[in-house]
Design a protein around this ligand. Structure first.
Ligand code: CA
Length: 230
């Protein structure tokens, strides 16, 4: 897997190159936007880590031009408090985004996820079906079952569950959950997330023995399959 880093901060580039190579990826970098776009357009890369604030050409503009040509997976790297950038980036076709400063483990998990979902087809899961343990979500019909029994969910509960399932094993902050499930106008009112996670846990019969939705204190939530053998 060949990853292109378009980032102008030398320290971050050095760090990312080392970490990615350590994980077995090949990594190249570009420190200005115009050269980055040219390199991205060569089609040699499986994934692009794209900083937003860049000299010469910003990340959003790079993404806009790139998407006219191809659908190479892009993870946008945004600075703090730039909600509009995230919105623009996702509208413009970014596959995911991560906010600086980030933990490398989170970035690596997002890279794995984006590469996995970008694969043309995965034979193990029928199209549009997400599952964890005996909980199965069918996206086309918005139906959720657990151990074969249909679970009725409200639109928001369903959206929340789908978002958690699509990001399994990735710790999601309350703000990330808010902006994906509720939209950006709710930014800052993150206790609504806690309330809905509680509803959802009740609905899907999340028990203490096998907890599917895990609380990460002070951060947010992660969905993990505890029934799976390591
Ligand atoms: Ca930058």
């Amino acid at each position: 897997m060949n990853i292109l880093i378009i980032e102008d901060e030398a320290d971050i580039v050095r760090f990312l190159m080392l970490e990615l190579q350590h994980e077995g990826y090949s990594a190249s970098s570009c420190t200005n936007g115009r050269a980055g776009l040219e390199k991205a357009l060569t089609g040699e890369f499986d994934l692009i880590l794209l900083d937003v604030m860049l000299p010469e050409l910003n990340g959003i503009e790079i993404l806009r031009r790139l998407r006219k040509e191809n659908s190479v997976p892009v993870i946008l790297v945004t600075a703090r408090d730039t909600v509009m950038e995230k919105v623009n980036g996702l509208d413009m076709g970014a596959n995911d985004y991560i906010t600086k400063p980030f933990h490398i483990e989170e970035l690596l998990a997002r890279i794995r996820m984006v590469l996995r979902t970008a694969e043309p087809s995965s034979p193990s899961s029928p199209e549009g079906t997400l599952s964890i343990g005996d909980l199965i979500l069918t996206a086309s019909s918005r139906q959720v079952t657990r151990a074969g029994v249909i679970i009725e969910l409200t639109k928001t509960q369903y959206d929340l569950l789908e978002y958690l399932l699509r990001n399994r094993d990735i710790v999601l902050s309350r703000d990330q959950i808010l902006s994906h499930v509720w939209g950006y106008e709710y930014a800052g009112n993150s206790n609504v997330v806690d309330v809905y996670v509680r509803y959802l846990r009740n609905r899907i019969h999340d028990s203490d023995e096998i907890k599917i939705i895990e609380t990460i204190r002070g951060i947010g939530y992660v969905l993990r399959d505890k029934t799976r053998k390591e």
